[in-house]
Design a protein around this ligand. Sequence first.
Ligand code: PEP
Ligand code: MG
Length: 576
Amino acid sequence: MNFVLHGHAVSGGITIGYAHLVASARMEVGHYEVPEEDVESEVKRFDAALRRAREDLEGLKAQIPAGAPAEFAAFLDLHRMILEDTSLSEAPRELIRSRRCNAEWALVQQMEKLSERFDEIDDAYLRERKADIQQAVERVLKALMGAHALPEAALTEEERLIVVAHDLSPADMILFKRHHFGGFVTDLGGVTSHTAIVARSLGIPAIVGLHHAFQAISEGELLIVDGQRGVLIVNPDPLVLAEYRLRQSQIGEERQRLKLLKSTAAATRDGTPVELYANIELPEDMPEVLEAGAQGVGLFRTEFLFLGRADLPGEEEQFEAYRRVAEAMEGRPVVLRTLDLGADKAINDSDEVHTKPNPAMGLRAIRFCLAEPQMFLTQLRAILRASHYGRVRMLLPMVAHVHEIEQTLALIRQAKQQLDERGQPYDRGVEVGGMIEIPAAALALPIFMRRLNFLSIGTNDLIQYTLAIDRTDDAVAHLYDPLHPAVLSLVAGTIQTATRGGMPVAVCGEMAGDLQLTRLLLGIGLRNFSMHPSQLLPIKDRILRTNLGEVQTLAQRVLRAADPVKTRELLAQLNA
Ligand code: PEP
Ligand code: MG
């Protein structure tokens, strides 16, 4: 049966491929009946995943750095013991054989049984070990997912796998960076959730907020993901398929054409230069940054080094990651944002600090770092040390109070002193900037400008906090509106005040990579854009085709427009 689902477009392009259902133990896993003849191979698939999860745990234990807390090894041993328990190692095999459950479903049923037994325990400490059971099981589920994925070499254009999930965390997405999927679709999520941002950074078509995709789609069904319109077509008929194949090849040709712009300087038609930077999540993203010809890294979301793991990365590990990025840019600027953990970026599923009732407004980003000064100092030292190997700048997320900046500057001085005592080199003049992503900071800009060297507008959070919409909640995703007069006024006001004060200002939120908004942002005075590498060449192309003199007047009219229909009309004129 063919049908169509509508969601929120996250990342453009079209992909045609086969559904691959992905579940984590926290949500409903796909459950289906395995055909009689495949039962034994399903048992084998389960055994292989269990073996892989145990090997992963042993590998992790072998890599424990000297000086790591003893609990870490104990925790790995506990997870290994959990996986050896017959209720998880033997019972799922029975379920596969007797009830023909797929491996994931058999495992999760057993996990739930075991968890219930823990619920009945009086001892609070032991009761909490339920989270360990879940984590150990998730390791096997992830191995099952990996075992299902086809090796890349075996994939032809038609055989690409499309991940279909109820919900994915940013940490899940980081794991997927290492696989080569053709696209992503999820039931939940907003367009600027970090899950969507990582999907966009992969440069592959993605849709979020589809509501029933995970329920309605079966493993292996043929899908078309139209990431531009947010449309998912399940089991398309041959005519529709042919039409999408044509559009897909047109998009491919356009991408080839844009590649020619890699070394062209970004400037408007009337000669105003514009700086184009890249956003990254991990050092592994650097080849794409260089491929896109970025002038530097405008936002390294360093918290992604911390996601989906049981331990915190130490100073050496962080230093190596930051140095890799600094060196790869060969003297061009690299903006390292200090940790922005919290909200939708929890370290792992048992991370209680970040699962408070309202995490987006809770102990997130700079607030969390200042509450954990030792962890923050570790990162500050690692960043400072990397500054010796390139042109590194430091960017502070979520600033709302002047005292947050002052406390951070004091910690930076302390970190420098510690490095001096160790005799380790760093750039003594490292610049410190602030993200303008809370309306309070945009409205009281001068007091922040006095204490900082540069600004970067985080429009994703600025929109979330200005319009009071949770960026991860698909129920309010339709209210996400970069063109809302309040948002435009805060963005334009920040750019103007900073520019008048001689302070560099960039936009590093998703607005910077939105082709519909390039001319508007140029018109209101933005000269520094930071975005995913995959968006950089299309944006450069748009800038090269823009006459600044013409768009400035229209942009001012957009700012003054009193109703949304007029705003959209003017935007259409700007983009004509
Ligand atoms: C933003 O808020 O716009 C931003 C760039 O930071 P993040 O998306 O990581 O919150
Ligand atoms: Mg932000």
